[in-house]
Design a protein around this ligand. Structure first.
Ligand code: ADE
Ligand code: ZN
Length: 350
């Protein structure tokens, strides 16, 4: 498991990273389902699993590409049945995030993964939101929900999901502010969802999309031009197109990069070759995120530690990554300013 940085990282830099106030902008809640909880929910809901033990399940997390991961990720989500299940999963993530000094998280959830199995969309919203509201009230942990469409399904299916979710909008207006696009990227270009994204824009949602993870830089361009997204999720393949790189810099377009995910899904062969440091140094608004931490071997601190160690990031660069995360977040200006001040104070004190 890649849960800690190699020993080359000096202890003071490690402590600096661990206590750094962070935002997480690219996190699939279904990807936080740790094998232990997955087994517990299977038992609670009397779901049979094709694995004899937690260890056997964890051992199956050896992925060769995005699809090999998605197959297990969708199968794992099958244990989620009740509102309490979604609550428990979300609360477990919040505890991990708080331990990593995450102050604010924008959380993807995939209703189609659940409605396809006969789980009502209200159950999904209610369980996730109950945990997020409790965390806000008890700990000041701030968050938002980004409902994501599965791109391997049709645009019509996405419209059906949107229509099912919209009656819930008022009830979750304190949390649900965004729309995303995820799942199998290759062969499912952004333009497949042009009309549903246009509708979501009219409705006033923030828009994001996965692009340039496994798919080509052209998908990043069409996510920007056709879907009109405000952030690109992943976007690491943008580097193959110099004109696109210039555009991303010019437009200050945030990329929510997920280093351990990229390593686990063979988007990069070695963390030492990850382009996040090059992109940061070129002036892109890159941010650090954990994507599906239960499957990829680490939460936020593990991601920061892995890149700091492999790419020799300085404190200033680490602060810039954290600052980019605050800037790129969809939080009210006052809250953004508060997080920015906290980061400034942290920088001054270290
Ligand atoms: N769904 C969950 N994680 C994903 C990823 N990294 N890329 C695309 N879809 C996803
Ligand atoms: Zn993702």
């Amino acid at each position: 498991m890649i849960s800690s940085a190699p020993p080359t990282l000096p202890a003071d830099l490690r402590a600096f990273i661990e206590a750094l106030p962070k935002t997480e902008l690219h996190l699939h809640i279904e990807g936080t389902l740790e094998p232990e909880l997955l087994f517990a929910l299977a038992q609670r809901n009397k779901v049979e699993l094709p694995y004899a033990s937690v260890e056997a399940l964890r051992a199956a997390y050896a992925f060769t590409d995005l699809q090999s991961f998605l197959d297990l990720y969708y199968a794992g989500a099958n244990v989620l049945r009740t509102e309490q299940d979604f609550y428990d999963m979300t609360m477990a993530y919040i505890e991990r995030a708080r331990a990593d000094n995450v102050r604010h998280a924008e959380i993807f959830f995939d209703p189609q993964t659940h409605t396809e199995r006969g789980i009502a969309i209200d159950v999904v919203f209610a369980g996730i939101a109950r945990a997020l509201r409790e965390a806000r009230d008890r700990h000041g942990f701030s968050s938002a929900m980004i409902m994501s469409f599965l791109r391997h399904l049709s645009e019509e299916d996405a419209f059906v999901t949107l229509d099912a979710a919209l009656p819930l909008r008022d009830q979750y207006q304190d949390l649900w502010n965004g729309i995303g696009l995820d799942s199998s990227e290759r062969g499912n270009p952004p333009e497949k969802f042009a009309r549903v994204f246009a509708r979501c824009k009219e409705l006033g949602f923030h828009l994001v999309a996965h692009a340039g993870e496994e798919g080509p830089p052209e998908y990043v361009v069409s996510a920007l031009d056709v879907l009109k997204v405000e952030r690109i999720d992943h976007g690491v393949r943008s580097e193959e197109d110099p004109a696109l790189m210039q555009r991303l810099i010019r437009e200050k377009m945030p990329l929510t990069v997920c280093p351990l995910s990229n390593l686990k899904l063979c988007v990069v062969d070695d963390m030492a070759n990850h382009n996040i440091a090059r992109m940061l140094r070129a002036g892109l608004a890159v941010t650090v995120n954990s994507d599906d931490p239960a499957y990829f071997g680490g939460y936020m601190n593990a991601n920061y530690l892995a890149i700091a160690s492999a790419l020799a990031l300085t404190r200033e660069e680490l602060l810039q990554l954290a600052r980019n995360g605050i800037e790129a977040s969809f939080i009210p200006a006052a809250e953004k300013a508060r997080l920015g001040t906290e980061l400034d104070q942290y920088a001054a004190a270290h």
